[in-house]
Design a protein around this ligand. Structure first.
Ligand SMILES: *Cc1c(COP(=O)(O)O)cnc(C)c1O
Length: 478
């Protein structure tokens, strides 16, 4: 046995490179990432390719190692080149993400130290740090004390946690589901529908409340529907409002909806995955008034706080409800569950062992302070207003005035009105082919439209001017 141990220990120890070896591979990786960052402004935001990364498959996982140079080359050609570059300031499609550098250093440290952030007993500092960040977010939106929350992998899981908590707090049993009513609009994010289904509420009644001209939920229509459902013997359960829709960036009337939720004793959930962090700005805080009335809210630091992908957040107004839905005990957990000073992520979410996500958020907030985050968000609001004005000067039709940083628009050619949909599809194809900036398309009121969302921390005035110039060139002869 000892002979075999000696044999395999040598191989096993290959997983622990020494200081010199670490330096060597780290330098290669740093060189690669520095090159990525130093050239990002001249690199396209979108690359159409035939291979689409298939080269990876030609290099299968094998028993024998491969050099770091080969590995970085594989990544460069197959991963970091084809498709969308979400780190680019030219990413203006869907809802853009972030990728601030300091956050990567938080991840680097979290990965090396591998602190356990699931339970207070094992990682008291890591758990305190995560709870501290939840406190900071709850303060930002104006929640009163008594809340609890969780740093999830993203907004979708955060929404799921909120919906499950709402379901349990209303004690909805299988036999009740067909009479249970959920109120939202046709513009609520599709991850909400996914979460409702995963939470076992697929058979609940879903009411899409009529929206006004700016695509906001109509409060009066909501109340009429609740009254009529009550009359019909149904069980109104939950209102889901958006603090910034993906479609047009609209904020539902959060305050009046909150008052209705209170009046009819419904669970009030707000999906602020895109918009909630705008509350850090003066303008955003006013527009988002009413967020503090919700029973649960989702915010997405990998959107509105410009962090790299992999972090969302949910906050529940009453901590005992989140705890009741997610707490479980097991024999092998007996040490860990002895009267902790703080609630732990493992008791407040579906996860047990989890990535120490707190560090990738805490480190940048400490290192830069909140000020530049606030400025960056205000910059996005102003850039959206600017684009909205300028695009009209080029003869484009526009959707509602941007409430946050999403603008929808389309070009109707003068001589061939009936082909507007085709023309705008051509525009998006040309933009994708060009690749310097990336926009997405969508449908609004049955029309094919272009969708521009400004949320990358690397998007500045020059990016928006370039976008306007590209669009101007494309429609010049139309
Ligand atoms: C992005 C988004 C989501 C989903 O969040 P993920 O982080 O992508 O899982 C939900 N709602 C809205 C409004 C969003 O913009």
């Amino acid at each position: 046995m000892k002979k075999r141990l000696a044999e395999i220990e040598k191989t096993s120890k290959l997983l622990e490179p020494g200081s010199q070896e670490r330096l060597k591979i780290r330098e290669q990786v740093i060189h690669y990432t520095e090159d990525f960052l130093n050239t990002i402004e001249s690199k396209p935001a979108f690359v159409q390719s035939k291979e689409n990364g298939v080269g990876l498959l030609k290099s299968p996982i094998q028993e024998e190692p491969v050099s770091i140079e080969t590995i970085l080359d594989l990544i460069h050609k197959n991963v970091d080149t084809p498709g969308l570059n979400p780190a680019s300031g030219g990413h203006l499609g869907y809802i853009p993400g972030g990728g601030i550098y300091s956050s990567s250093l938080g991840d680097y440290m979290a990965d090396i130290t591998n602190r356990y952030a699931g339970l207070f007993f094992a990682g008291p500092g890591a758990v305190r740090m995560e709870n501290m960040l939840i406190d900071w977010m709850a303060n930002t939106i104006g929640y009163p004390k008594g809340f609890a929350g969780n740093l999830s992998s993203g907004g979708s899981i955060a929404n799921l946690i909120a919906i499950v908590t709402a379901r349990d707090s209303f004690d909805i049993k299988a036999r009740d589901i067909e009479k249970t009513v959920i109120y939202a609009t046709a513009h609520s994010h599709h991850c909400i529908d996914k979460a409702i289904r995963i939470a076992g509420l697929k058979e609940a009644i879903r009411r899409n409340i009529t929206m006004d001209d700016c695509y906001k939920m109509q409060n009066e229509k909501l109340e009429q529907q609740i009254i009529s459902d009550l009359k019909d013997g149904l069980k109104p359960f939950m209102i889901i409002a958006s603090a910034g829709t993906t479609d047009v960036g609209a904020i539902d009337p959060l305050k009046s909806i909150g008052l209705l939720a209170e009046k009819y004793k419904l669970w009030y959930h707000i999906d602020g995955a895109y918009g909630a962090f705008f509350a850090l700005t003066d303008e955003g805080r006013k527009k988002l008034e009413g967020m503090e009335l919700s029973d649960s809210i989702v915010m997405d630091p990998h959107k509105g706080l410009f962090l790299p992908y992999g972090i969302g957040a949910v906050i529940i107004r009453k901590k005992e409800l989140l705890y009741k839905s997610h707490f479980y005990a097991a024999n092998y957990m007996q040490d860990a569950l002895k009267a902790p000073e703080e609630l732990s992520p493992a008791e407040l979410s579906p996860e047990l062992t989890k990535h120490f996500r707190g560090l990738r958020m805490w480190l940048p907030l400490k290192l830069h302070g909140v000020k530049p985050f606030r400025a960056c968000l205000e910059e996005k609001l102003l850039l959206a207003k600017y684009f909205y004005l300028e695009i009209q000067k080029l003869g484009f039709e526009v959707g509602p005035e941007p409430e946050l940083s999403v603008i929808t628009f389309r070009y109707v050619p003068k001589n061939k009105k009936e082909d507007a949909d085709k023309f705008n599809e051509m525009l998006i194809n040309e933009i994708h082919k060009d690749g310097r900036v990336f926009l997405s398309s969508s449908r609004l009121n049955g029309n094919y439209i272009l969708h521009l969302a400004i949320l990358s921390f690397r998007t500045h005035l020059s990016t928006i001017d370039l976008t306007l110039q590209i669009l101007e060139n494309l429609v010049r002869n139309a």
